[in-house]
Design a protein around this ligand. Structure first.
Ligand SMILES: Nc1ccn([C@@H]2O[C@H](COP(=O)(O)OP(=O)(O)OP(=O)(O)O)[C@@H](O)[C@H]2O)c(=O)n1
Ligand SMILES: C[C@](O)(CO)[C@H](O)COP(=O)(O)O
Length: 223
């Protein structure tokens, strides 16, 4: 079955506060995005990779590829103003509706190959596969009056990427006008009335968001 992967990296990394967007920061002397693209290329050698970055960064990316001798084939697509719009641009760049597409944050370079493989297998039979992990800490809900209440953590999951779908269904789902409740691709998919299928993610697959995440990334790479 035809397998695509859209790696979204069209953001500006405000919370990281680094001199350049976090997707280009170096981990072990290689930009974050190269680690992420390599994970997909190694896990699924036949995958068709689409990389979504801001159009203004196309020249920077091509310089980085040359400098780091990065040769994994991929198709560059211009990002949008929001993650939703970047994903939609990526979906529009795929011709036809055949096969599966994994949508993955470019700033999650620590995804396991087994999670990527499982996401395609499950999406092929179920329509979708969304990587999640269970919570280890207790959970409380904040109330308007300054109080808080206990929540049963077994009913909650933290949502990661990849979020993998049958291409025809996720293309149709993304035809909708963007809503503020669309925090990821699963929320767009289920807006159609379709149930998402959850699969186990890997705990190291964090989204590099704030500076302390880079320390954890360095630790993971040093093991
Ligand atoms: N317009 C956007 C915004 C975000 N993303 C991507 O979506 C992923 C998750 O977003 P987030 O971690 O929020 O990245 P940023 O938007 O870059 O970070 P911040 O919110 O701190 O500015 C990232 O890979 C990011 O590059 C995107 O492709 N296009
Ligand atoms: C898609 C995502 O990474 C799943 O956890 C997350 O929803 C992105 O959120 P952000 O607010 O764009 O960082």
């Amino acid at each position: 079955m035809l397998k695509h992967a859209i790696i979204v990296a069209g953001g500006s990394g405000t919370r990281m506060g680094a001199p350049m967007p976090k997707q280009y920061l170096l981990l072990n002397d290689q930009p974050v995005l190269m680690h992420t693209l390599r994970k997909f290329a190694h896990a699924e050698p036949e995958v068709k990779l689409i990389l979504v970055i801001p159009e203004n960064d196309f020249d920077l990316w091509s310089e980085l590829c040359e400098k780091h001798n990065f040769q994994i084939p991929h198709h560059l697509v211009a990002g949008g103003k929001s993650r939703f719009q970047s994903v939609r641009n990526g979906l529009k760049a795929i011709e036809g509706e055949e096969g599966l597409v994994a949508i993955h944050d470019g700033v999650r370079p620590f995804v396991n190959a087994s999670v990527i493989n499982e996401s395609y297998t499950v999406a092929a039979s179920q329509g979708s596969a969304v990587a999640v992990i269970a919570l280890k800490d207790s959970v409380r809900k904040l109330l308007d009056d300054g109080k808080s209440v206990y929540q049963e953590r077994q009913y909650f999951r933290l949502v990661q990427t990849p979020q993998t779908f049958q291409l025809a269904k996720i293309k149709k789902a993304f035809e909708i006008t963007e809503l503020h409740t669309f925090t990821d691709d699963a929320t767009v998919y289920e807006h159609q009335g379709w149930q998402v299928t959850l699969i186990a993610g890997n705990p190291e697959n964090i989204k590099l968001t704030t500076p302390e995440d880079l320390d954890y990334a360095a630790f993971l790479l040093s093991r």
